[in-house]
Design a protein around this ligand. Structure first.
Ligand SMILES: [Zn+2]
Length: 254
């Protein structure tokens, strides 16, 4: 073998090694939460420590949760967990750190732990018998909208990010059919009654299809004041609508 042939073989070997390294680096992923090497977005170790919220499918049937909520104007409430680690970390990442990977991880957890295990598994609608002819599955997902001012500040709507990923998983379409008609203060710093006043009549509904069951999507639910205001806007136009609320976490405060 001549020297140029040896050089060619060595070059090809190096290129092969480089290709293998590139392929490995592309397939290599880290766990979003602990940064350990993982092929999944959330590794098995972290998954193990994420506690389920409750055994109730529809959280509105749980007295322990219902006691913290303003009288719900919606029919079903589903969430993955309480607003503690890792949900507080993930929601903050999604909302304030412009990390869409957090939305992807939350939607994936919701799909695996709530949609597949609870929503798809339940067949009766005993808590709303007058609506028992409606499907358990919503026909469309509607993200809670931001005011224009907050949208311009943040650059994106975190609920829309969640709705997009949930659509990817569930194949249920989403559309921005709620509109925030006025700017409201951040709910997190307000007391219970102030939360209700803050979001009173803050939404307008522009449903334009023949829907019977919708799901409103949000990151965190505390007293449910925002959801009640959004649900009222829907029910004003569509009094017989079945409304599900899909949120990633619930903060239970008295
Ligand atoms: Zn991990």
């Amino acid at each position: 073998m001549g020297s140029w042939q040896k050089g060619l073989v060595q070059g090809l070997k190096k290129a092969g090694l480089g290709y293998r390294r590139l392929a490995l680096s592309l397939s290599h992923r880290q766990c979003y939460l602990c940064r350990q090497s993982s092929k999944d977005l959330i590794c098995g170790y972290c998954e193990h420590f994420i506690s389920p919220l409750t055994t109730h499918d529809n959280l509105l049937t749980s007295p322990d949760i219902l006691k913290y909520l303003d009288t719900p104007q919606y029919d079903y409430l589903y969430a993955i967990g309480d607003y503690v680690w890792p949900f507080d970390f993930m929601v903050r990442d999604l909302k304030f750190n412009n990390k869409p990977v957090a939305g992807r991880a939350l939607a994936s957890l919701f799909y695996q732990r709530v949609f597949m295990l609870k929503i798809m598994a339940v067949n009766n609608v005993c808590e709303a018998p007058e609506k028992s002819d409606t499907s358990m599955l919503p026909e469309i997902l509607i993200p809670v909208p931001l005011s224009l001012r907050r949208y311009w500040q943040r650059g994106y709507n975190q609920s829309q990010v969640l709705a997009d990923w949930l659509t990817t998983h569930t194949h249920i379409p989403n559309a921005p059919l709620l509109r925030r008609v006025r700017h409201t203060k951040a709910q997190a710093n307000l007391q219970k009654q102030d939360r209700i006043n803050n979001v009173d009549q803050a939404f307008e509904c522009c449903l334009n299809g023949d829907y019977k069951h919708i799901a409103i999507i949000d990151d965190v639910l505390t007293t449910g004041a925002t959801m009640n205001s959004a649900a009222r806007a829907v029910l004003e136009q569509n009094p017989h609508m079945t409304i599900s609320v899909w949120c990633m976490a619930v903060t239970l405060v008295s």
